[in-house]
Design a protein around this ligand. Structure first.
Ligand code: FAD
Length: 449
């Protein structure tokens, strides 16, 4: 009898504890690898995000000898149905820590009846919930968490099982193949585990040493772009951490800290599932927000009249990714210049980002809007013009994503309204006045403080 390996955020072959466990229990019965396309997650996702999942599944299928079984539907009915079809001994998974994932897995476990659901490993170096303060309570602030996380440590990457025997079943892969085959437009990174490991090795060799300085430069490819792979578990963070463990540069140290942010936010979500869609700290309860309207549509479309903001929003729609510095500036613009509550923006990001991850995204939004963990103080409002001039000093990033401004040289692109021909090619006028809206944001803040 086979075991089922039900895959979710672990689309890889190497360093996969749940696959090892499924393989061990299956013996000669073989492992049936199953991915369930959940309508709730698939149907609402933007095109680029969906394409990235489809391509990643195809790459995974190739590394699993084309035995990956795809099914579409609610896992609480699909997983037990497949288990019954193949008379499975057990269903193996990587343990999930998001609110949806935990609820879903509990429902599947109940529906499986006598067939056990066995969880091994997590998508993190250290399982969310494991790093606690001396008194047994969770950390609320990043820096002490990161220190304790590092001291906690983690095992080295596990080898892939040797000579896996795959079990077979019918696969309904039409929806996924259609999306993946229709791929066109800009491809941020190539799908698959080999591409992920290659991308990381190139980054370690060529860019990690300068990462601490280059990571803020929007026009430079100075970050790893490993996030789309981490999102789907195409590579495990333990593997990434091991490959930089011997490096002593500031760049490598900064990268370890960035990976720790991902672990921190997952830990926060584990302890406070409500923080996914509600203010983590009650500091701004009662704050006066505006209803989303035309201005939010302009923000989504990259037509606010602020070039650095618009470049980011267009990069998001075109590639499913946005530079971290620009994520902060665009998020600040929505919450502080347009006075819109952060979940509206977080939803839009999650629908389009290929790395869209509930914990990192929604807590990143809370950090910017001043409601999250060790938040940037609310009164710190990003200025979209000076941020652009500082982190895109030559204007290359803006010209790359906003073709209507390509006729402007250097940093002139950041203030087209100062140039007679600035709006000559259809670039919109500013939808709000930043200085005025900054005062308005502070006024609203003072009112609830
Ligand atoms: P690198 O700079 O190369 O960093 C390497 C890895 O470290 C990243 O892939 C990521 O896993 C982790 N990391 C880096 N910075 C952060 C951070 N601030 N928080 C958590 N993890 C981090 N990251 C996501 O993975 N998914 C999201 O949905 C997401 N949404 C965000 C929304 C907002 C408003 C903000 C401000 C940040 C968000 N981030 C998110 C964090 C960060 O912007 C991305 O991780 C990063 O831009 C991904 O590109 P990279 O892999 O080249 O990053």
């Amino acid at each position: 009898r086979p075991t089922i390996l039900w895959l979710r955020r672990d689309l890889r072959l190497h360093d996969h504890p749940a696959l090892l466990a499924a393989h061990e229990e299956a013996g000669s019965g073989g492992v049936l690898p199953l991915f369930v396309v959940e309508p709730g997650l698939w149907d609402g996702a933007g095109e680029v995000r969906r394409r990235w999942l489809a391509q990643s599944l195809q790459a995974l299928a190739a590394s699993y000898d084309h035995r990956l079984v795809l099914r579409y539907g609610d896992p609480a009915s699909v997983v037990p149905a497949v288990a019954a079809e193949v008379d499975a001994r057990a269903v193996h998974v990587t343990r999930e820590s998001t609110p949806h994932g935990r609820r879903r897995d509990a429902a599947v476990e109940r529906a499986l009846g006598d067939v056990p659901l066995r969880a091994t490993g997590t998508p993190y170096a250290v399982a969310p919930g494991r790093v606690l303060k001396g008194d047994g309570t969770p950390y609320a602030v990043f820096t002490p968490f990161a220190r304790a996380w590092h001291d906690h440590g983690w095992p080295g990457p596990a080898d892939a099982p040797r000579r896996i025997r795959w079990a077979a079943s019918d696969s309904d892969d039409q929806a996924v193949t259609a999306v993946s085959d229709a791929a066109d437009g800009e491809q941020l990174v190539q799908p698959g585990e080999d591409a992920a490991l290659g991308r990381w090795d190139d980054f370690v060799e060529e860019a990690v040493a300068a990462y601490d300085t280059d990571r803020d430069r929007a026009a430079v490819d100075g970050t790893s772009r490993i996030s789309p792979y981490l999102k789907l578990g195409v590579v495990h963070p333990r593997t990434l951490l091991q490959r930089i463990a011997h490096l002593r540069s500031n760049g490598a140290a900064t990268m370890r800290t960035e990976l720790a942010w991902r672990e921190f936010y997952a830990d926060v979500l584990w302890h406070h599932p409500r923080s996914a869609w509600h203010d983590l700290r009650p500091a701004l309860t009662g704050m006066d927000y505006d209803e989303p309207g035309d201005l939010v549509d302009a923000w989504k479309a990259g037509r606010t009249g602020y070039p650095f903001v618009d470049a980011g929003m267009r990069q998001l729609l075109a590639t499913g990714w946005m530079h971290n510095r620009v994520r902060m500036v665009t998020a600040s613009f929505l919450t502080k210049d347009l006075h819109v509550w952060w979940p509206i923006g977080a939803r839009h990001f999650l629908d389009h980002l290929v790395d869209g991850d509930l914990a990192s995204n929604n807590h990143g939004w809370q950090w910017v809007s001043g409601t999250g963990t060790d938040a940037a103080p609310y009164f710190r409002v990003f200025n979209p013009v000076t941020q652009g001039e500082r982190f895109d000093p030559d204007g290359d990033y803006v010209r790359r994503w906003v073709p209507e401004l390509r006729h402007l040289d250097g940093k002139a692109v950041h203030q087209p309204w100062k140039h007679a021909d600035g709006h000559a090619h259809g670039y919109p006028e500013r939808v709000v006045d930043h200085a005025e809206e900054r005062r308005e944001a502070l006024r609203r803040y003072e009112a609830v403080r």
